[in-house]
Design a protein. Sequence first.
Length: 396
Amino acid sequence: MNGRYLYVDVNATFINPTRNLLPLALLNTGDVRFFGPGHVSSDCLARGLSSFIDAEGPFDLVISNTLVLFSDTTDPAHYASTLLSSYAYSGPKDDLLYLPIIAKQFSSLTLPRIAILLENDFYNWTMREADKILTSADFFIGFGEEFSPLRVELPHLGEERFANLATDVWADFSRTNSNRIASLLHFISDAEFMISPLSSRSLPWSVMGVQYHARAVARDGLNQAGIDPVTDTKLRKVVSLLKKTRIMRGEKRWVQKALNNSFAARMATTRYSYTCGSGLQMPIRKFFEIPAVGCLLVCRPFRGFAAAGFRDGVNCIIAEPDQLADLHFSFIAEPERAEAIARAGQAFILDRHSLDARGRDLNAVFGAIAAGKFQGSSWIDGHHRLRELSLRSVAL
């Protein structure tokens, strides 16, 4: 039977769709209530989190994220201003000043406390973030050990301009606290899937997103072979300029939607799309977006690629960035094979990494935590597996 859960967050959207889809995924897990700026009235916020729980509970567990939990580490007004520069929020701005109070109230709750970390960049975490999250929550939802390599395991890290900023803090955290981490990945909404065969697409390649080293090599190699890949629209650069010159103040929902829709539409005009997780081998969202939109995913894999269910030659193609020209001509020679791999990739994402799939994963995690049996989770051959205390172990 599904439980009753409380999600504490700011009702604000971000350019990365995973954050925006989380409330819907949570609603698939049971009876979920929301608390925080933009979710409840100013008067309700003033009465506090414990008062809300007393009035609306009981709840089996309470969930939040670092947008809330890290808010009490700085000046409230400055934190609110920083939030508004990156997140689109339409509630009363003064309500954001309650965030440090809410964070402290969350940390003192006796309910099982869960921190969702799917919108975090872990690569530059310090011990300050690790210590803070340990005092704020009991369980964590994020990239588990199988997706979190150590620096010494990253042969291409030195190629990235941010290499000297990378730490092992989260990789160590994921190993030390593996029995408290639900290892979950990004997921895709139904609206992001596009159904059209490769043969109907007018352009061959796309290489979208941040210009990590491997992607830059991929673009240059395709250009040298006379193949002009689709890249990001100039709209992103224009928006960035408008923000820097303060012509556009704060983040806008319509801008986020325009950028994301443009990204998907441009990629959907192409047959094959190359990506990577940078020298950090991160399981970024593009690994899931590319197959969903119907492209054939060609990539340098992230750490834990096979564990997440990706299979070279079956639902994707693993390739180094300087191999794309040769691949291009092999795809032309065997269009049916390319089509079959693209279709298999899309079916795989729908089955294992869609909104519905992640709702099922979260439901299993919450149920185990509420029952006091959760001992962590991991991915094995494309399946999310819980580790739980057995009844015999509990009895002993």
